[in-house]
Design a protein around this ligand. Sequence first.
Ligand code: FES
Length: 183
Amino acid sequence: MKVTRRALLERWWLLPVAGTFGAFGYMGWYATRVTFGKRSAAAPAFEAGAAQKIAALSDLNTDWAEVNFRYAGRPCTLLRMPAEVAGGLTVGGQHYAAFSRVCTHLGCTVNLVRDEEVLAFAFNYRPPQGQGHPQLGCRCHFSVFDPMQAGAAVFGKANAPLPRVRLERRGPDLYATGIEPAP
Ligand code: FES
């Protein structure tokens, strides 16, 4: 069948219609992926690394005390936690966990956001009732990771949890001795 120039011109409107359907299809797929595709942190799978002193236990005097450090070339954070965290460490009844600060979306650096109102206003995220503790937030595209859930991505474009750092106590100090691979 011969397609004439006139027949093509009469169907020009198909292009924006197809484009609109395509855009809505993509948005639907993306929204589904970031809403239902979040992965919780599995059993820790640390890759051994050099032992590196991060902090003295006495540096972390209160829950949510934080020490930032670099390990295996990545910015990381050590937190004193109010409860035990999978992949963390408990010493003398105190709980600790450490995470890579490299966002699992596109690699920006996450920071601890202590203020629930900042989280709600800047990140558009309000934790469920009873989970109003500090979260690790990425300011590039506003993903939020929950340290109490072993670094799981709980909001935003990131789906994979933050890699955890293996902690060891050596005398009065905490050491990093391994890290999970980047997703
Ligand atoms: S790089 Fe962190 S949310 Fe995009």
